[in-house]
Design a protein around this ligand. Structure first.
Ligand SMILES: [Zn+2]
Length: 447
């Protein structure tokens, strides 16, 4: 394939990269000793999936009688098309592996290295030549640094002339600074890690965490990057993936704001590509209510961008917005409800266009993960997938897998999905997307 689009994955969660075969290989020596009830895993899984999972028996059968025993293990783990739309069910299936994963890390460096090697070797066999892995760890400060170091060093060791692995550390949205401080300390203590540890990510639940919360973080990061250019860290940012807590205007604005803060690549941005009429049809009264604080931020945004929005056909009545602003300032902790009209839906389409144009100007990249969006992103079907709008715009775009092991997909199958559900040919898609390796974090440094 021209440019080899299927060789470079820029949005990959390491703990979601393990296929059912890897789960079996890693779980084989330990499955009988694992405490499957730890952190209520078994009861939570069984309640959510309405089943009666017996992991010990599943592993034993899969090992003793692979032909008949492996498919049930795979079915218990893979989050398939039939599971679509339910994020909670996704998390329980994801935890089937992360249960094994966290136990492996408790056992120490040797097991951790062998688990990472298992996932990376699987990607190498698939023909990947460049991958950026996101992996968050836990534990008190020294242990957290040790685990991040093991991860970075293992990825460095697995890199060779034909394959490059890089490491991105996710920061908790509710309190990013302590983890960020540990990353900086690790880079100071172990400068060799900087070659592999190149980025930070904002991931997991985004609802309730507006980008504006992270302005102080981005200011600090910029300062630290200028002071330590050898240890430059870029930010990737999950946004516009799940946004039922707010209006469609605010959801599109968040994507813009994350880019304005300095994020180099944005994960998903479904809010910029899903048609607003489809978005509001997903639930009763979807996107009608939002916090007054969100509405106030939206008013300030509309006043700031009044002229370019008007040029695109969005009505901006500045006097009315200022009057609404004054009234809302009296009730800052409340919610506002604003039902949609067909005109408002049409204006949201124009707002999506506006943000896509802004991202294109800033050279911000959108990481689109087709299957992930369908299975856990609330995208109803291929026809209404946000990728169609994203491809039609000028925005920098790359195709990625998110959690290929849990979804049982490959980057090649995601590219095939795009070719199958759009008018693009391998050549025209390669031309539209260009080489995704130019969006590798080390290439976006200081841009
Ligand atoms: Zn992700």
């Amino acid at each position: 394939m021209p440019n080899n689009l299927a060789g470079c994955d820029l949005h990959l969660h390491l703990a979601g990269s393990f296929y059912a075969e890897d789960l079996l290989a890693i779980g084989a020596p330990i499955f009988r000793d694992l405490d499957w009830n730890r952190r209520d895993f078994l009861s939570g899984y069984n309640t959510s999936m309405a089943t009666n999972l017996d992991p010990v028996q599943l592993f034993a059968q899969a090992l003793d009688h692979p032909e008949t025993g492996f498919p049930p293990l795979k079915a218990a783990y893979v989050f398939g098309a039939e599971d679509s739309g339910d994020f909670e069910r996704f998390m329980w299936k994801y935890r089937l592996f992360s249960h094994v994963w966290s136990d492996g890390w408790e056992q120490g460096r040797k097991t951790a290295v062998s688990m990472i090697t298992q996932a990376v070797n699987h990607h190498k066999r698939q023909g990947l030549d460049y991958a950026e892995y996101r992996a968050g760890f836990w534990g008190e400060d020294a242990l957290l640094r040790q685990r991040m170091q093991i991860c970075a060093e293992t990825l460095a060791k697995l890199s060779d002339a034909r394959f490059t692995a890089r490491y991105i550390v996710p920061l908790p949205r509710d309190d990013p600074m302590p983890t960020y401080a540990q990353v900086r300390l690790l880079l100071e203590e172990q400068p060799h890690v900087a070659k592999t540890l190149v980025g930070l990510d904002f991931a997991s639940r985004e609802e309730g965490f507006p980008p504006k919360l992270y302005r102080p973080f981005f200011q600090q990061l910029q300062k630290d990057n200028v002071t330590n250019p050898e240890q430059w860290l870029s930010v990737v940012y999950h946004v516009g993936e799940t946004f039922f807590d707010k209006s469609l205007e605010s959801a599109a604005r968040w994507c813009h704001e994350a880019a304005l803060l300095g994020a180099k690549r944005l994960g998903h941005c479904i809010a910029l590509g899903l048609d607003p009429a489809v978005a509001v049809s997903r639930r009763p009264q979807a996107h009608e209510a939002e916090l007054v604080s969100e509405r106030l931020d939206q008013i300030a945004y509309d006043l700031r961008y009044a002229n370019p929005l008007r040029t695109l056909g969005v009505r901006i009545d500045e006097a009315a917005l200022r009057a609404e602003q004054a009234a809302l300032l009296q009730r800052a902790d409340d919610w506002v409800e604003r039902p949609y009209t067909s005109q408002r839906l049409q204006e949201v389409r124009q707002r999506q266009t506006f943000v896509l144009q802004q991202l294109a100007q800033m050279r911000t990249v959108i990481e689109c993960c087709p299957t992930s969006n369908l299975r856990i992103g609330g995208v109803p079907d291929a026809e209404h997938h946000p990728i169609h709008r994203l491809l039609a715009s000028d925005v920098n775009l790359c195709i990625c897998t998110d959690d290929p092991g849990v979804f049982d997909i490959t980057l090649a199958s995601e590219i095939e999905w795009v070719l199958c559900h759009t008018e693009y040919t391998p050549e025209s898609l390669a031309k539209r997307l260009g080489d995704p390796r130019r969006f590798a974090l080390q290439n976006l440094t200081a841009v």
